[in-house]
Unconditional design. Sequence first.
Length: 207
Amino acid sequence: MRDGFAIRRTAAERRIPCFTSLDTARAAIDILVRDKTRLSCPAPCVLPQQEAAVNREICEVVSNIELMPGIYLMWLQAPEIARRAHAGQFVMVACGTEQTLRRPISVHSVEHDKFALLYAVVGKGTEQLTHLKTGSNLDVLGPMGNGFQISPMPAGTLSYLMIAGGIGIAPLRFLVEKVKPWCRQIIVLQGAATASKLYPKDLLPKK
Ligand SMILES: Cc1cc2nc3c(=O)[nH]c(=O)nc-3n(C[C@H](O)[C@H](O)[C@H](O)COP(=O)(O)OP(=O)(O)OC[C@H]3O[C@@H](n4cnc5c(N)ncnc54)[C@H](O)[C@@H]3O)c2cc1C
Protein backbone atom coordinates (compact mmCIF):
# COMPACT_ATOMS: atom_id res chain seq x y z
CA MET A 1 0.00 0.00 0.00
CA ARG A 2 3.04 2.30 0.16
CA ASP A 3 3.58 2.67 -3.55
CA GLY A 4 0.60 4.45 -5.08
CA PHE A 5 1.72 3.75 -8.63
CA ALA A 6 1.98 0.00 -7.92
CA ILE A 7 -1.58 0.00 -6.58
CA ARG A 8 -2.90 1.81 -9.64
CA ARG A 9 -0.93 -0.46 -11.99
CA THR A 10 -2.30 -3.56 -10.27
CA ALA A 11 -5.84 -2.20 -10.58
CA ALA A 12 -5.32 -1.52 -14.29
CA GLU A 13 -3.82 -4.96 -14.94
CA ARG A 14 -6.78 -6.62 -13.21
CA ARG A 15 -9.16 -4.42 -15.18
CA ILE A 16 -10.62 -2.77 -12.09
CA PRO A 17 -11.96 0.69 -13.01
CA CYS A 18 -9.64 3.10 -11.23
CA PHE A 19 -9.90 6.87 -11.47
CA THR A 20 -6.89 8.87 -10.38
CA SER A 21 -5.52 12.34 -10.78
CA LEU A 22 -4.60 13.10 -14.41
CA ASP A 23 -0.94 12.01 -14.45
CA THR A 24 -1.60 8.63 -12.89
CA ALA A 25 -4.72 8.17 -15.00
CA ARG A 26 -2.60 8.54 -18.13
CA ALA A 27 -0.10 5.98 -16.83
CA ALA A 28 -2.89 3.48 -16.14
CA ILE A 29 -4.40 4.02 -19.59
CA ASP A 30 -0.96 3.51 -21.20
CA ILE A 31 -0.82 0.04 -19.63
CA LEU A 32 -4.29 -0.81 -20.91
CA VAL A 33 -3.50 0.37 -24.42
CA ARG A 34 -0.15 -1.45 -24.49
CA ASP A 35 -1.74 -4.72 -23.41
CA LYS A 36 -4.55 -4.22 -25.92
CA THR A 37 -7.02 -4.87 -23.12
CA ARG A 38 -10.22 -3.00 -22.53
CA LEU A 39 -11.59 -1.32 -19.44
CA SER A 40 -14.01 -3.70 -17.78
CA CYS A 41 -17.03 -1.49 -18.51
CA PRO A 42 -19.88 -3.56 -19.99
CA ALA A 43 -21.11 -0.48 -21.87
CA PRO A 44 -18.85 1.66 -24.08
CA CYS A 45 -17.39 4.66 -22.26
CA VAL A 46 -18.75 7.98 -23.45
CA LEU A 47 -17.19 11.40 -23.26
CA PRO A 48 -19.37 14.18 -21.86
CA GLN A 49 -21.15 16.25 -24.48
CA GLN A 50 -19.06 19.33 -25.17
CA GLU A 51 -20.78 22.62 -25.77
CA ALA A 52 -18.96 24.64 -28.39
CA ALA A 53 -18.62 28.15 -26.98
CA VAL A 54 -16.34 28.82 -24.01
CA ASN A 55 -18.40 30.35 -21.26
CA ARG A 56 -17.15 33.32 -19.22
CA GLU A 57 -18.85 34.03 -15.95
CA ILE A 58 -18.30 36.70 -13.32
CA CYS A 59 -19.07 34.57 -10.30
CA GLU A 60 -20.01 35.73 -6.85
CA VAL A 61 -17.96 34.20 -4.04
CA VAL A 62 -20.32 32.39 -1.68
CA SER A 63 -17.59 31.25 0.72
CA ASN A 64 -13.82 30.81 0.74
CA ILE A 65 -12.37 28.97 3.72
CA GLU A 66 -9.08 27.27 4.60
CA LEU A 67 -10.29 23.67 4.82
CA MET A 68 -6.90 22.07 5.46
CA PRO A 69 -3.54 23.86 6.02
CA GLY A 70 -2.77 25.75 2.79
CA ILE A 71 -5.78 24.24 1.00
CA TYR A 72 -8.92 26.30 0.43
CA LEU A 73 -12.49 25.43 -0.48
CA MET A 74 -14.29 28.16 -2.43
CA TRP A 75 -17.96 28.04 -3.44
CA LEU A 76 -19.03 30.24 -6.34
CA GLN A 77 -22.44 31.27 -7.62
CA ALA A 78 -22.27 30.43 -11.32
CA PRO A 79 -25.45 28.99 -12.87
CA GLU A 80 -24.03 28.39 -16.34
CA ILE A 81 -20.81 26.65 -15.22
CA ALA A 82 -22.76 24.61 -12.66
CA ARG A 83 -25.18 23.49 -15.39
CA ARG A 84 -22.50 22.56 -17.92
CA ALA A 85 -19.72 21.07 -15.80
CA HIS A 86 -18.80 17.37 -16.05
CA ALA A 87 -16.62 15.47 -13.60
CA GLY A 88 -12.92 15.93 -14.39
CA GLN A 89 -13.35 19.28 -16.12
CA PHE A 90 -11.63 22.45 -14.96
CA VAL A 91 -12.12 26.22 -15.11
CA MET A 92 -9.61 29.00 -15.85
CA VAL A 93 -9.59 31.50 -13.02
CA ALA A 94 -8.38 35.11 -13.23
CA CYS A 95 -6.22 35.61 -10.12
CA GLY A 96 -6.12 39.39 -9.64
CA THR A 97 -4.73 42.19 -11.80
CA GLU A 98 -1.03 41.29 -11.32
CA GLN A 99 -1.37 37.80 -12.82
CA THR A 100 -1.69 37.94 -16.61
CA LEU A 101 -2.46 34.27 -17.06
CA ARG A 102 -5.52 32.55 -15.72
CA ARG A 103 -4.90 29.50 -13.50
CA PRO A 104 -6.59 26.12 -14.19
CA ILE A 105 -8.51 24.68 -11.22
CA SER A 106 -10.71 21.57 -11.33
CA VAL A 107 -14.43 21.61 -10.67
CA HIS A 108 -14.59 20.08 -7.20
CA SER A 109 -18.33 19.90 -6.63
CA VAL A 110 -21.62 21.17 -8.05
CA GLU A 111 -24.83 21.99 -6.16
CA HIS A 112 -27.74 23.58 -8.02
CA ASP A 113 -26.39 26.89 -9.41
CA LYS A 114 -23.15 26.84 -7.42
CA PHE A 115 -19.86 25.04 -7.90
CA ALA A 116 -16.79 24.60 -5.69
CA LEU A 117 -13.04 24.81 -6.20
CA LEU A 118 -10.54 23.08 -3.91
CA TYR A 119 -7.17 24.77 -4.35
CA ALA A 120 -3.73 24.50 -2.80
CA VAL A 121 -1.72 27.69 -2.34
CA VAL A 122 1.51 27.20 -4.31
CA GLY A 123 2.31 30.66 -5.75
CA LYS A 124 1.08 34.19 -6.35
CA GLY A 125 -2.09 33.31 -8.27
CA THR A 126 -3.52 30.88 -5.77
CA GLU A 127 -2.36 33.14 -2.92
CA GLN A 128 -4.45 35.96 -4.45
CA LEU A 129 -7.51 33.72 -4.39
CA THR A 130 -7.24 33.29 -0.61
CA HIS A 131 -8.07 37.01 -0.13
CA LEU A 132 -11.46 36.80 -1.83
CA LYS A 133 -14.25 37.48 0.62
CA THR A 134 -17.90 36.39 0.50
CA GLY A 135 -19.79 38.64 -1.92
CA SER A 136 -16.75 39.57 -4.04
CA ASN A 137 -16.47 38.62 -7.72
CA LEU A 138 -14.25 36.16 -9.56
CA ASP A 139 -13.78 36.08 -13.34
CA VAL A 140 -13.94 32.43 -14.53
CA LEU A 141 -13.81 30.74 -17.96
CA GLY A 142 -15.18 27.26 -18.40
CA PRO A 143 -15.90 24.49 -17.93
CA MET A 144 -13.03 23.14 -20.05
CA GLY A 145 -11.39 19.80 -20.81
CA ASN A 146 -12.84 16.41 -21.69
CA GLY A 147 -13.48 15.25 -18.15
CA PHE A 148 -13.49 11.65 -16.98
CA GLN A 149 -14.99 8.95 -19.18
CA ILE A 150 -17.92 7.46 -17.29
CA SER A 151 -20.71 5.17 -18.40
CA PRO A 152 -24.02 4.91 -16.59
CA MET A 153 -24.59 1.31 -15.42
CA PRO A 154 -27.61 -0.53 -14.08
CA ALA A 155 -27.96 0.36 -10.39
CA GLY A 156 -25.71 -1.58 -8.03
CA THR A 157 -23.56 -3.33 -10.62
CA LEU A 158 -20.21 -1.69 -10.21
CA SER A 159 -17.56 -0.74 -7.67
CA TYR A 160 -15.26 2.20 -8.29
CA LEU A 161 -11.78 2.64 -6.89
CA MET A 162 -10.59 6.25 -6.89
CA ILE A 163 -7.06 7.15 -5.90
CA ALA A 164 -5.78 10.66 -5.22
CA GLY A 165 -2.44 12.05 -4.15
CA GLY A 166 -2.50 15.48 -2.49
CA ILE A 167 -4.63 18.02 -4.34
CA GLY A 168 -5.48 15.24 -6.83
CA ILE A 169 -8.55 14.74 -4.63
CA ALA A 170 -10.01 17.98 -6.07
CA PRO A 171 -11.73 16.54 -9.19
CA LEU A 172 -12.62 13.19 -7.59
CA ARG A 173 -15.32 14.52 -5.27
CA PHE A 174 -17.39 15.61 -8.28
CA LEU A 175 -16.82 12.17 -9.83
CA VAL A 176 -18.13 10.54 -6.64
CA GLU A 177 -21.25 12.74 -6.90
CA LYS A 178 -21.79 11.64 -10.53
CA VAL A 179 -21.30 7.86 -10.21
CA LYS A 180 -22.95 7.49 -6.78
CA PRO A 181 -26.49 6.93 -8.18
CA TRP A 182 -25.61 3.76 -10.07
CA CYS A 183 -22.61 2.12 -8.43
CA ARG A 184 -22.62 -0.41 -5.64
CA GLN A 185 -19.58 0.87 -3.79
CA ILE A 186 -17.02 3.65 -4.11
CA ILE A 187 -13.63 3.34 -2.45
CA VAL A 188 -11.57 6.53 -2.26
CA LEU A 189 -7.90 6.12 -1.34
CA GLN A 190 -5.97 9.29 -0.72
CA GLY A 191 -2.45 10.21 0.24
CA ALA A 192 -1.18 13.57 1.48
CA ALA A 193 2.06 15.12 2.73
CA THR A 194 0.69 15.21 6.28
CA ALA A 195 -2.40 13.75 7.95
CA SER A 196 -3.79 17.27 8.39
CA LYS A 197 -3.87 17.67 4.60
CA LEU A 198 -6.12 14.68 4.03
CA TYR A 199 -9.53 15.68 2.65
CA PRO A 200 -12.12 15.27 5.44
CA LYS A 201 -13.95 11.98 4.94
CA ASP A 202 -17.25 13.44 6.16
CA LEU A 203 -17.25 15.94 3.27
CA LEU A 204 -17.46 13.16 0.68
CA PRO A 205 -21.03 12.50 -0.51
CA LYS A 206 -22.82 9.86 1.54
CA LYS A 207 -24.37 6.75 -0.05
C1 LIG B 1 -6.19 20.86 -15.65
C2 LIG B 1 -5.63 21.32 -14.31
C3 LIG B 1 -6.44 21.26 -13.19
C4 LIG B 1 -5.94 21.70 -11.96
N1 LIG B 1 -6.75 21.61 -10.86
C5 LIG B 1 -6.29 22.05 -9.68
C6 LIG B 1 -7.13 22.02 -8.53
O1 LIG B 1 -8.29 21.59 -8.56
N2 LIG B 1 -6.63 22.48 -7.38
C7 LIG B 1 -5.35 22.98 -7.28
O2 LIG B 1 -4.94 23.38 -6.20
N3 LIG B 1 -4.53 23.01 -8.34
C8 LIG B 1 -4.97 22.59 -9.54
N4 LIG B 1 -4.16 22.65 -10.62
C9 LIG B 1 -2.83 23.24 -10.46
C10 LIG B 1 -2.96 24.77 -10.46
O3 LIG B 1 -3.36 25.20 -11.75
C11 LIG B 1 -1.63 25.42 -10.09
O4 LIG B 1 -1.29 25.06 -8.78
C12 LIG B 1 -1.76 26.93 -10.19
O5 LIG B 1 -1.83 27.32 -11.55
C13 LIG B 1 -0.56 27.59 -9.56
O6 LIG B 1 -0.69 28.98 -9.76
P1 LIG B 1 0.08 29.99 -8.81
O7 LIG B 1 0.02 31.32 -9.47
O8 LIG B 1 -0.41 29.90 -7.41
O9 LIG B 1 1.55 29.45 -8.79
P2 LIG B 1 2.71 29.87 -9.82
O10 LIG B 1 3.25 31.19 -9.40
O11 LIG B 1 2.23 29.69 -11.21
O12 LIG B 1 3.74 28.74 -9.45
C14 LIG B 1 4.45 28.79 -8.21
C15 LIG B 1 5.45 27.67 -8.16
O13 LIG B 1 4.75 26.42 -8.04
C16 LIG B 1 5.07 25.60 -9.15
N5 LIG B 1 3.82 24.94 -9.53
C17 LIG B 1 2.74 25.52 -10.09
N6 LIG B 1 1.79 24.60 -10.32
C18 LIG B 1 2.27 23.42 -9.89
C19 LIG B 1 1.76 22.08 -9.83
N7 LIG B 1 0.53 21.76 -10.29
N8 LIG B 1 2.55 21.12 -9.31
C20 LIG B 1 3.78 21.40 -8.86
N9 LIG B 1 4.34 22.65 -8.88
C21 LIG B 1 3.59 23.63 -9.37
C22 LIG B 1 5.61 26.51 -10.23
O14 LIG B 1 6.50 25.83 -11.09
C23 LIG B 1 6.32 27.57 -9.42
O15 LIG B 1 7.59 27.16 -9.04
C24 LIG B 1 -4.61 22.21 -11.86
C25 LIG B 1 -3.81 22.26 -12.99
C26 LIG B 1 -4.30 21.81 -14.19
C27 LIG B 1 -3.41 21.87 -15.41
